[in-house]
Ligand binder design. Structure first.
Ligand code: IDP
Ligand code: MG
Length: 140
């Protein structure tokens, strides 16, 4: 396994309930390092651009409204097998299907307001990291 980077977003439902520290502790306990992080309030247009891959999905409009409804914390996580490891720490998209002890099982409010985003492949991680961060903002 190689050291990888992945893009993580703590979603508006997590910032609203003041859960960012608890969620970050999950990443660090599991061996992922937060090598870049900032708090943003995405515009509707920025949310639409980030989730453009989902533009044809029925939940796209609601998702973009939700993601621009409050602050988010965007971050780069680094570690062995970081993409898959982060997906495992987050759990299934729908909290009803997520394993106990995962972020989404323990914190998500719904399938939409599911507390965290994580890149789903190394290739998408590179694109998503570049969407939010310049190289000098990432300090490993
Ligand atoms: P993922 O975040 O687990 O990778 P995706 O299928 O990429 O899941 O969907 C992106 C986001 O869109 C999800 O995290 C969730 O916030 C939202 N979403 C996915 N499926 C649904 C749905 O069926 N209804 C409402 N929102 C959804
Ligand atoms: Mg996804």
């Amino acid at each position: 396994m190689a050291v990888e980077r992945t893009l993580s977003i703590l979603k508006p439902d997590a910032t609203r309930r003041n859960l960012t520290g608890q969620i970050n502790a999950r990443f660090e306990t599991a061996g992922l390092r937060i090598v870049a992080q900032k708090r943003l309030w995405l515009s509707r247009a920025q949310a639409e651009a980030f989730y453009a891959v989902h533009a044809q999905r029925p939940f796209y409009n609601d998702l973009c409204a939700f993601m621009s409804s409050g602050p988010v914390v965007v971050q780069v996580l680094e570690g062995e097998d970081a993409v898959t490891r982060n997906r495992d720490i987050m759990g299934a998209t729908n909290p009803a299907n997520a394993t106990p002890g995962t972020i989404r099982k323990d914190f998500a409010e719904s399938i939409e307001a599911n507390s965290a985003h994580g890149s789903d492949s190394a290739e998408n991680a590179a694109t998503e990291i570049a969407f939010f961060f310049s190289t000098i903002e990432i300090v490993g």
